[in-house]
Design a protein around this ligand. Sequence first.
Ligand SMILES: *[C@@H]1O[C@H](CO)[C@@H](O)[C@H](O)[C@H]1NC(C)=O
Ligand SMILES: *[C@@H]1O[C@H](CO)[C@@H](O)[C@H](O)[C@H]1NC(C)=O
Ligand SMILES: *[C@@H]1O[C@H](CO)[C@@H](O)[C@H](O)[C@H]1NC(C)=O
Ligand SMILES: *[C@@H]1O[C@H](CO)[C@@H](O)[C@H](O)[C@H]1NC(C)=O
Ligand SMILES: *[C@@H]1O[C@H](CO)[C@@H](O)[C@H](O)[C@H]1NC(C)=O
Length: 367
Amino acid sequence: MGNITIPKSLFILLVFIIQCCTKHAPMGTYPTNYFKKTVPRFKNNRPMIGVLTVGLDMQEQLINHVPDVKGKAYVGSSYIKFLESAGARAVPIIEDIDEKELAALLPKLSGVLLPGNDDDTGDGGYYKRVKQILQYSKMLKKKNQIKFPVLGICRGAQRMLVYMSGSDSQLAADAVNMSLPLKWHSSRHRSRLFGHAPSGLVEAIEKKPIAFFHSNFVIPTESFYNNTKLKRKVRVLSTNVDRNGTKFISSYEVRRYPWYGLQWQPEKAPFEFSTKLAVDHSPASIMMSQYIANFFVGQTKENPHHFASLQDEEKHNMNKDRTYYVGNVTDSEYDQIYLYPMKRVYGFTYQTSNYTAPNELHEGDLK
Ligand SMILES: *[C@@H]1O[C@H](CO)[C@@H](O)[C@H](O)[C@H]1NC(C)=O
Ligand SMILES: *[C@@H]1O[C@H](CO)[C@@H](O)[C@H](O)[C@H]1NC(C)=O
Ligand SMILES: *[C@@H]1O[C@H](CO)[C@@H](O)[C@H](O)[C@H]1NC(C)=O
Ligand SMILES: *[C@@H]1O[C@H](CO)[C@@H](O)[C@H](O)[C@H]1NC(C)=O
Ligand SMILES: *[C@@H]1O[C@H](CO)[C@@H](O)[C@H](O)[C@H]1NC(C)=O
């Protein structure tokens, strides 16, 4: 009996056919499987997400060098781009908005992002708004089983834990300007936030210094585990250690509510290029940022809220608002910011400066 020989080209074709038919599952409604379970629950492809803006009081370098900042609240454009890049639009929530106005705005939004900032670790405007937003989210879930997702980043993540703990468990720390690998907690596997994340990303962030931290305060793991309320309500997803050796909670999600907290700042990797910051811009960092943006915006798509009219939507949509380029202001940690007028009286002394705005300052006018 002679040997049966298969021509090389036919052999390659056979291997190709076998791989196609066995390895690749049919493509679902979303082009990857990360959100397989959530996509069928989407109710809204036009989510509008509130973003809490805070007074510029502590941003001395900006106060003295950017025109028009007096009496304004700010937010880094990176937070807005982060949301927009995942298919949402942002709505500013000014730190000193009154309770009634906020109560009227929240039912038009599909979720809220609580950004990092450098003032107000006490019961000031930022925390007051955080409390009202979380209470609203809780009420919707309890009454109507409607999800109102909240993502807290840096200070936002801390304030959410303080709210849930019923006590101030923040501790002064030195986690300023450092990029670190995340130390995953075993409950990551059953989490909503990272349970279905691509394994390559999960591995990258565990091995490479990708997560950018920039905080003077943290919630130490010791205070967390000492607090029975927190232990019961919150699923810890990762921990880290600051320069001083304090172990702290770096990522978490709340079991009962669609609330997520990251002590690190995923919005910076694709959008903040200040050389004063140790932000990692490697492809893995960018993809991790995009993963989180897609995850969070995906959560907000499960919320059916919308503005009653396109006119009302436009009135609140940040897309139409001017951005300010601040990338060349000494010590500015932002490349670009949004500014919104506040009602409250400011805590700083404003110095008139001789700084003249570069042309780029008006770039946002064209948006
Ligand atoms: C660092 O640790 C020392 C000793 O434990 C403590 O006294 C100090 O307050 C800590 N500093 C910061 C910034 O955490
Ligand atoms: C945690 O609880 C232990 C034992 O009750 C106590 O000794 C320790 O001081 C507590 N730590 C914090 C940070 O609350
Ligand atoms: C932040 O860290 C980076 C990288 O280590 C460094 O180049 C930069 O000078 C630091 N910024 C400040 C303000 O210390
Ligand atoms: C920022 O850049 C503009 C244009 O390049 C320049 O005129 C201005 O002086 C710079 N401002 C600062 C604070 O460096
Ligand atoms: C602005 O420039 C003038 C003239 O050079 C100078 O006298 C003044 O002190 C400057 N003001 C500030 C706030 O730098």
